[in-house]
Design a protein around this ligand. Sequence first.
Ligand SMILES: Cc1cc2nc3c(=O)[nH]c(=O)nc-3n(C[C@H](O)[C@H](O)[C@H](O)COP(=O)(O)OP(=O)(O)OC[C@H]3O[C@@H](n4cnc5c(N)ncnc54)[C@H](O)[C@@H]3O)c2cc1C
Length: 446
Amino acid sequence: MTARTPDPTAAPDAPALHRHVPPPGHVALPRHAAPPRHVALPRHVAVAGAGLAATQTVAALRESGFDGRVTVLGAEVLPPYDRPPLSKHLLDRPGPTWLADEVGVDLRALADDVRLGTPATGLVVTGDGVELATADGTVAADAVVLATGAAAVRPAGWSAALTLHTADDAQALRERLAPGTRLVVIGAGWIGAEVAGVAAAAGVDVTVVEAAPGPLGSALGPAVGGLTARWYATAGVRLLCDVQVVDVRADGVTLADGRALPADVVLAAVGARPATAWLDGALPREPDGSLRVDEGFAVIGAPRHVRAVGDVALRRSARHGWVPGGHWDGALRGPEGLVTDLLGLDGQLADVAPYVFSTQLGHELALFGQPRPGDDVVLRGDPGSTDGWSAVWFRPGADDAAAILTVDRPRDVGAARRLFGARDLPRLDRRLVRDLDHPLRETALA
Ligand SMILES: Cc1cc2nc3c(=O)[nH]c(=O)nc-3n(C[C@H](O)[C@H](O)[C@H](O)COP(=O)(O)OP(=O)(O)OC[C@H]3O[C@@H](n4cnc5c(N)ncnc54)[C@H](O)[C@@H]3O)c2cc1C
């Protein structure tokens, strides 16, 4: 095995990149195992976590021809399920959406040993292997893939609030909501808005409280995020921005300006953090708990038989800088590159562009790339019209597009995906981009 340990403070290397862009939803896995290049192949891979990234890792291992042992430890008792429907289908899909149906991968059929309800509680890394601790003893393996996802943030003192991250959370929330129920959602981010939309549509009396000046500020920045504020009233949701919640009780919340909002249910939707506390001391972790990984998902600062993918990973990207987890597509597609690199397979590593989809109060959003504060924002179309619109973030003063958001614009989705499939950021004509009648793909500069 190589012992390359890149400097985490160094600028991202330029990895070799795929030019192939898989269609939306398609999982492009290596079809055949190629002769190993330079690494000692692991014979036993342990996977911590049993969600999407773990499931896809096991699928990629087997699709690559890996015939060694695979052990999976999952904290939850339930078989792997999909999380986006927990909010989007909170009220119209009462049970979990199994990943075996959703992505067509049955983890239990592919791995040798799947231990559900058995969280990993510690990790010891040696020069040529790992040991994972569990309540039932240790699992020794040649390589480990850390795919323990994230956990919802619940600020201290907010024990009366529900959160939404697991199937159990969804069940608890669903049972409490009925027409006329007063729901206060704290946080107008991706998940807060999704829940607000489906709850209001079912007759729940919904108020959303947001500390920032507008919704989706941390994901889209205040200017673009603020454009979604008008959707709340249309959907029958009360939106209060620029005000902090200072007290959370079972019967409501109190705001910093003294207002009291009575509620039957309070949902804290204020973000999620990588579920890596159990790794404390074993690996270098970022302040939010994430694990920095290179282009092959090797944990930076650890031997290369230690990998991380999905919501736990902060991935190095030549095109986008450091890409945090937290989005479905990263957990879906990341494992292919991880396995290619772990097994030393021939093939180039794809620098998959960050991609988030969401249904916000009846609007379909897709975000490709990664906006940064200070980028120039160019709007495409009129956010007040019913035709849909898009927003493009350009690096300050440059033609390089760092991110594209599409709102109710299915035609721009495919074009945006293709534009972010190349090695470098797409270079677009700022003037043409504004014009909805001009196809997005034709705004690319030569
Ligand atoms: C309600 C909701 C809606 C979402 N909607 C969208 C969306 O619309 N679009 C989008 O892009 N993304 C969405 N996401 C995010 C997306 O679902 C995640 O990015 C994705 O599930 C990450 O996959 P993962 O495998 O890394 O983590 P997870 O799916 O969280 O799986 C990790 C698994 O590891 C387990 N685990 C934790 N600790 C341990 C341990 N110590 N040992 C063993 N197992 C452990 C967990 O119990 C969990 O089952 C949503 C998330 C939520 C919660």
